[in-house]
Design a protein around this ligand. Structure first.
Ligand SMILES: [Zn+2]
Ligand SMILES: [Zn+2]
Length: 314
């Protein structure tokens, strides 16, 4: 508890102090103590901020957008980065500069492929889909949330002419899969980088909801930090986690975080999220992955789909 109070105090920057260099520098010198992140995804919060800083550094050397239309951009990007190395790393040897240039170029090329990967850019043949479906076990599930695809959705995925599944009457307000028309369908998600060094494509099946909410961002901090609100029929007005945070937590955690231990994982069970502290907002510092048997929101989680739609964001 010794470091929590100074941390919070240094972070309380009102409208004036937020624009004061001494105050902000002071805040930057106080690391978040474990108490502040206890029980949450401290590793994910810290990991994603480091990834973001590294990406900003690399993109500050060479702008990925300038190479977006180039096929196989790595050699060009690498040559350009290397040209800047004497200024970026004046005290390093040529050998060290080449190593650093390789890392910077890899980050840039990964970002180029992420930005150019427009939805639906790639179409899959039925035999590619069949192969992936067959490799996904007897009852294929979304690799992110563990949702087991319906037989009908599987048929559609494999090119049979059947109707879309009816959307459910009830949806989970924390992870509202089933509100959108394509939420329940089977889609293909690129997991591996397509970028540097010709990494192998890693493909997984995901539900339409997870796929849609995953593809626009790559790190927790890419998604807008403000929270939408929902007028819950019994709890009242509550903050809603950004769907990308939910997807990021589910895909990284993959298993139920029930305190006393639970062996459920997305390979066999559908997962969702809840706040850790029930009165707190479900933000990335207060979010946990749970199965339906250990759900602190049980009984209040499902709301009628129409209610969800009409009471969001009021
Ligand atoms: Zn899913
Ligand atoms: Zn559980």
């Amino acid at each position: 508890m010794t470091t929590l109070e100074p941390f919070l105090r240094s972070s309380y920057l009102d409208a004036t102090s937020r624009w004061n260099i001494e105050m902000v520098t002071h805040a930057s010198n106080i690391s978040p103590p474990n108490d502040a992140l206890h029980g949450s995804y401290a590793w994910l919060l810290m990991g994603d901020i480091h990834l973001l800083w590294a990406r900003w550094f690399a993109e500050g050397v060479v702008d990925p957008d300038r190479y977006r239309t180039v096929d196989n951009p790595f050699p060009l990007v690498f040559a350009r980065v290397l040209e800047h190395m004497p200024r970026v790393m004046p005290q390093h040897t040529d050998m060290q500069r080449r190593d650093i240039a390789t890392s910077i170029s890899t980050l840039i090329v990964d970002e180029i492929s992420r930005r150019s990967e427009a939805p639906g850019r790639r179409t899959w043949t039925i035999s590619e889909k069949q192969e992936l479906w067959d490799a996904s076990g007897p009852t294929p599930r979304c690799w992110i949330c563990g949702y087991q695809f319906s037989t009908n959705a599987g048929h559609r995925f494999l090119g049979k002419r059947v109707a879309l599944d009816e959307l459910p009457t009830w949806v989970d307000f924390m992870r509202p899969r089933g509100v959108g028309r394509y939420d329940l369908r089977v889609e293909i998600d690129h997991v591996g980088a397509l970028g540097a060094g010709g990494d192998e494509e890693q493909l997984r099946l995901s539900c339409g909801w997870c796929n849609r909410n995953k593809r626009d961002y790559s790190l927790l901090y890419d998604a807008p930090g403000f929270m939408r609100s929902f007028e819950h029929p019994t709890i009242g007005r509550v903050s809603m986690p950004h769907s990308f945070w939910v997807v990021r937590a589910l895909a990284m955690q993959k298993s139920c975080q029930y305190n006393s231990g639970c062996s459920s994982s997305i390979e066999t069970t559908e997962m969702t999220v809840s706040p850790i502290r029930s009165d707190g907002a479900p933000n990335p510092a207060n979010l946990q992955v749970v199965c339906s048997s250990h759900d602190p929101l049980a009984g209040r989680r499902l709301v009628a789909r129409d209610t969800y739609r009409s009471r969001m964001n009021r």
